[in-house]
Structures are given as C-alpha cells and as structure tokens.
Design a protein around this ligand. Structure first.
Ligand SMILES: Cc1ncc(COP(=O)(O)O)c(C=O)c1O
Ligand SMILES: NCC(=O)CCC(=O)O
Length: 432
C-alpha cells in the first residue's frame, strides 16, 4: 500500500479551514470513498502527491491541461507575462491576440468578452439572451452543468449530481422556476416546452456533448433540431463549450458537428490552466453589452494578462499543431477507453463506454446511456470500487461516475498500457 501520511495531515488541516476540506466540491472523494491525495506538482501526464506517489492524470484539472502539465511553452509564457506585472485593469494587446485566435478557431464568434470562469461565461450569456428577447424563461437539460450561478443550478450535473442536490439550497424558488430542465436527447420535450410557454423562452443552453453527467453524445440530428426550434421560436441557442471547446476539435463541437450557435461559452482550455472564460457570438447580441448597450457585465480580472498569455500559448499551440494533436488525442483516448472496456468484458463486468474524442465515461451498467436518468441507473458502488483500485495502482480518474475522463497530448503508449494493466487488476479483484 502506498504511503499517504502527508496528504492525511494536509486533509486534517483543510477540513478545519474549508467546508468539506475543499475549495470546490468535486475535489472531495465523497461518492467514491478513500482519501483524496494532495497534489505537490505535476508534469506531462503525471500528478505527484505530497507523499511522493505518482498518478497518471485522467482529469487534467477538469479539462484545461490538454497539453500536459507544466508544458514548457505555457510555463514560459506565464513567466514572461508575470515579469510585466500580474494585472493592470486596463486593456492590453494580449486580449486582442487571444481574441483573434479564438475567432480563427470559432469563425462564428463575431464578438466576444473575456471573463474569469465558465460560471461567469454562461451566467452572462443568459443575461444577454434575456435582454435580447425581453423574455425570462430558459431551457437547460437534466445532468448538464453550466457552473454555479443561481438559475443554472437546476437538475445540474457534475458535483450536484454526484452529491444528489438537484435543486441547490439558497436558490430562490422564483429564480429556479424560470429554468425548465428537460431530458437531454429528447426534441419532443423541447417542442412541448415552447408550446407550453409561447413567447416566454429566452434561450436554450446545453453542453453539446455532455460531460457533467458522464459523457453523453448528442443523438443524430439533435443539435440541428435544437437550432431549428430555437430559431422558429425566437429564442437564442447557447452552446456551452466550456468543457468541449478546443478539446473535441479545435473549433469544439461547433466545428465537429457543424452547428450554428447564437452564443458560445468557453472556459478551461482557453486559459491554459489559469482562470479564464469567454462568451461570444453574433454581433447583434454581443453589442447589447455595456458600455455599448444596456446589459451590464464586468470583471476586475477579466482578460488578465497571465491568463491571456497561458491561453495564447495553449490555443496557439493547438492551432499550429492541430493536424497532429487531434488525431493523436483520438488514438490515445480510443486505446485507453476501449482497452479498459475490454478488460471489463473479459472479467464479465458490464460497462457501457461513451466516448467522443478525448472525453469519455465508463458507465457501470449494461444499457445505453443517452440522458441523465439513464446515467443515474449506473452502479455507483461498482464505479467507486473501481476508482479506489485504480488510484491505488497509480491511475487518478475523476472521482465520480457522473464526470467525463480526459487525457492530453502527454499521454502515450506507456500510460495506455499502465492504465489497462491497472484496470485488469481492479476487475480481477472484484471477481476474485
Ligand atoms: C460545461 C461547463 N460549463 C460551465 C462550467 C463552469 O466553469 P467554471 O468551473 O470555470 O466556473 C463547467 C465546469 O465547471 C462546465 O463543465
Ligand atoms: N466536470 C466538473 C467540472 O468541470 C467542475 C470542476 C469544479 O467544479 O471544480
């Protein structure tokens, strides 16, 4: 058994300082059990904990670390920027540099604004949609997580699903009631909602490939159907690519599935590991923002120079190397996802693998998962045992059945083989 003494001490101190010992709930291991290691440093595909144990990283800071940890061009860009001061609260050319890069990847983003998190990006996009339409209600989907703003914490995914808090305490009923949470992959439910609330729905927001209920791809024609329905009913179509942007393709799901959005939200990879988000889209909507228009939205650290530098280094690298990066991510992810699934099959353990590029989930169960209620039928106890065994073997998976695993360009053959071997041992232990 690996030593976890130092992590244990740090956990005890953290529990005195931070609710649940964490600064974001998903970092706790509540649903999988065991003790979360405290991270000391990371490099490439590996995390090193405070006791010196090493883990292959399959959550990548929950998405951003697609180029691997401490990727030299990103580190150098941050160091260079820091020497010129960490923040000015005045405009810099770096904002335009990253803005142009974003536009090169997402040509549909005519205008944009930087924020400091995915939460701010989706919250602000919804405000723009309400202002543009003069309507109050929004449609989201069960199991989709768009950050923790009040109106979006309704039947949300991620930690909300993991901890079973479908409607967060502290969100007023009046606010929550403006959010309709519908089943994902069900166009009829959206048709009915538009019929039930004619002229009242400002926007439909979704994770175009869900990651926060575990990975759930959109069915054939689903995204296109939503685009048509929103256009027909005068609502905005908001595509939340905080997780999928620059991951599933350089231009995210918008590029991969060829869809048209009114507003897009980005986060995670866009900041290369520093706090950064963005919302943007059609000029007619974005120009409603202050100081041009009447929609107020702001941020002391928006467009922060260190975040811009890390973002430019990361997105710039992805763009320059896209022809190698995305096929490699696909190949490595396929090998890990299918290799582990094959070990489960050999051991007679039922697993359904959902995967799109470098984003996947092994659902412990034997039926297809196309929406949140199907994901929720998974055997979470079996997932928890699998998670603990993998961690003990040096493989750190996201600590919930309702999260997607990620990998990056630093993962290769060695990590694929070690992960499959760890899974073989995990499944053997269950069936022994
Ligand atoms: C799809 C999606 N949207 C929004 C968010 C919120 O981003 P943040 O945690 O940066 O506020 C997340 C992740 O947290 C996400 O996965
Ligand atoms: N899929 C879950 C997230 O991306 C959120 C991370 C966090 O809330 O810390």
């Amino acid at each position: 058994m690996a030593v976890h003494e130092r992590s244990r001490q740090l956990q005890q101190r953290a529990e005195k300082l931070f609710p649940g010992g964490v600064n974001s709930p998903v970092r706790g291991f509540r649903s999988v059990g065991g003790e979360p290691p405290f991270v000391a440093r990371a490099e490439g595909a590996y995390l090193y904990d405070a006791d010196g144990n090493r883990y292959i990283d399959y959550f990548g800071s929950w998405g951003p670390m697609i180029l691997g940890h401490a990727f030299p061009p990103v580190v150098e860009a941050i160091e260079r920027a820091a020497r010129n001061s960490a923040s000015f609260g005045a405009s810099t050319g770096a904002e335009g540099d990253l803005g142009e890069l974003v536009q090169a990847c997402y040509p549909g983003i005519e205008k944009m604004r930087f924020v400091s998190s995915g939460t701010e990006a989706t919250m602000s996009a919804i405000r723009v949609a309400r202002a543009a339409t003069g309507r109050k209600r929004i449609i989201k989907f069960e199991g989709c997580y768009h950050g923790h703003s009040d109106g979006l914490l309704v039947k949300a995914g991620s930690g909300v699903a993991t901890l079973g808090i479908p409607g967060s305490a502290g969100v007023p009923e009046e606010v929550a009631s403006l959010t309709l949470a519908l089943p994902f992959n069900d166009l009829d439910a959206v048709v009915e909602a538009f019929e039930q609330y004619p002229g009242e729905i400002a926007a439909v927001i979704l994770e175009p490939v869900v990651g926060n209920a575990g990975c759930i791809p959109p069915g054939e024609g689903y995204l296109d159907g939503l685009r048509k329905l929103t256009s027909r009913h005068g609502a905005l179509f908001i595509v939340d690519e905080v997780m999928t942007g620059f991951r599933l393709a350089l231009g995210g799901v918008i590029e991969l599935y060829g869809i048209d959005a009114d507003l897009v939200t980005l986060g995670k990879i866009i900041g290369g590991g520093l706090p950064c988000g963005l919302f943007g889209g059609k000029r007619e909507f974005m120009d409603l923002l202050a100081p041009l228009g009447p929609v107020y939205q702001a941020g002391t650290l928006s467009g922060n120079p260190l975040a811009m530098a890390a973002g430019i280094a990361t997105v710039g690298y992805l763009r320059e190397h896209a022809v190698e990066v995305y096929p490699k991510l696909e190949e490595t992810s396929k090998a890990v996802a299918e290799g582990v699934a094959a070990e489960a099959a050999n051991a007679g353990i039922a697993i359904m693998t959902n995967r799109v590029g470098a984003m996947w989930t092994w659902f412990f169960g034997d039926s297809a998962v196309t929406n949140y209620s199907e994901a929720a039928r998974s055997d979470t106890a079996a997932f928890a045992a699998f998670h603990r065994s993998m961690l003990e073997s040096g493989v750190w998976l996201p600590p919930s059945q309702f999260e997607a695993a990620f990998l990056g360009t630093a993962h290769g053959q060695v990590e694929i083989e070690a992960t499959i071997a760890a899974a073989r041992a995990a499944f053997a232990a269950v069936t022994a």
